[in-house]
Design a binder for this molecule. Structure first.
Ligand code: SF4
Length: 370
């Protein structure tokens, strides 16, 4: 309550809380639309603590849009390695090139022009417009949905129908037009730090006084839980080819990590889960002759969106000329590859130093040829 015994409006309380509790983030207050765009793309589906070192790396390697547009896609994806959801890195690079050709290298201010860039949706448009350009667009992400649905006890799916419309109306009504960027960050921060999915800290919430969910005594009832896409279990092989001391990286051409160089991936589709057949099939499709198998690494698990992969690494020795589109690295330099590939390389490392592997390999290779 203020001196007059009245509760200030929600936006005022949110901004007051934000100015006292905001976390330091390197892109906050940088005022550079490029740095803000970079942060917003990286933050999609990814935690702040994970994003910070990547943001610094990109700002150092590609300090502006021109530098990012001029880089090779492969180099950008190498720098993105470990951040996941690689289509974001690819779209970031494509968007930088589009800004160079369509906007003479100046990040556009118009929401429709921003929205038309690859990888930018409604949320990211509102975030960039409000934070970088002070435009009055309310951001709605999962955190904002939770705060508003609880405060207003909105039932129904917040991403559909009437509930979605109501949510948008309330977000627009709350928006503090003097400081739209700070306001949007305040609501998102409140959802992330106070109005959390489990055990919201209502006692310390600046908008608890008029929060309907808090008054109900059970804030967890809002918002309506999302329907989760079922997890699909899949079996894959990762075939790693060595030539002398070096590991060969092939262009990625499967649904996983398309466009990334790495070991050869192939999905095991036979009902009996025959990993050798999966290897044979993939090599045949790539017109690569069958190679000598040296051994098998420990299988490992890896999750990508709704898929839970069980991957069997297979170490092979490369014989014959090396195709032009194949890159060579020493195995210890695998740090720039996506995590899925790094795990495969880690799992075959003990085999690389196993001197007796040649004896064992012959038997396995004979089996494959039979
Ligand atoms: S009072 Fe509790 S439920 Fe309501 S907005 Fe604050 S943290 Fe969320």
């Amino acid at each position: 309550m203020n001196d007059m015994g009245m509760t200030p409006p929600v936006p005022k309380r949110l901004l007051g809380w934000y100015s006292a509790n905001q976390d330091e983030m390197p892109w906050r207050g940088c005022g550079d639309p490029y740095g803000i765009w970079l942060s917003e793309v990286m933050l999609q589906q990814t935690q702040i603590s994970t994003v910070i070192p990547y943001w610094h790396k990109f700002m150092a390697h590609y300090p502006d849009i021109k530098a990012l547009a001029a880089a090779d896609e492969e180099a950008v994806l190498e720098d993105w390695a470990g951040l996941g959801y690689y289509s974001r890195g690819r779209n970031l690079h494509r968007a930088a090139r589009q800004v160079m050709t369509d906007h003479a290298g100046q990040f556009p201010e118009d929401p429709e022009e921003i929205r038309s860039l690859p990888g930018i949706g409604e949320y990211t448009t509102a975030a960039i417009c409000s934070i970088a350009f002070g435009k009055n667009l309310a951001v709605i992400d999962g955190n904002v949905e939770r705060v508003i649905c609880r405060h207003q006890t909105l039932s129904g799916d917040p991403r559909k129908g009437d509930t979605k419309v109501q949510l948008r109306q309330i977000a627009n009504t709350w928006l503090c037009t003097d400081q739209p960027g700070d306001h949007n960050q305040a609501v998102m921060d409140l959802g992330r730090k106070v109005c959390t999915p489990r055990n919201p800290d209502c006692e310390n919430c600046p908008i608890a006084e008029d929060c309907n969910a808090y008054a109900s005594g059970d804030p967890h009832r809002w918002p309506q839980p999302k329907k989760r896409r079922p997890i699909e279990k899949q079996q894959w092989i990762s075939a790693l080819f060595i030539c002398g001391e070096e590991l060969l990286l092939f262009p990625g051409n499967t649904e996983l990590l398309k466009g990334h160089r790495g070991p050869i991936l192939s999905r095991v589709t036979q009902p009996d889960g025959n990993i050798e057949q999966a290897l044979k099939r993939e090599l045949k499709e790539r017109t690569i002759p069958l190679q000598e198998i040296l051994g098998y690494g420990d299988p490992y698990r890896h999750s990508i969106t709704h898929r839970q992969l069980e991957v069997q690494p297979i170490l092979c020795r490369w014989c014959g000329p090396i195709p032009e589109d194949v890159k060579k690295i020493v195995p210890h330099a695998a740090g720039k590859l996506p995590v899925l590939h790094r795990k495969a390389i880690e799992s075959i490392m003990p085999l690389l130093s196993n001197a007796s592997i040649g004896d064992h390999a012959e038997g396995i290779t004979d089996e494959m040829h039979s």
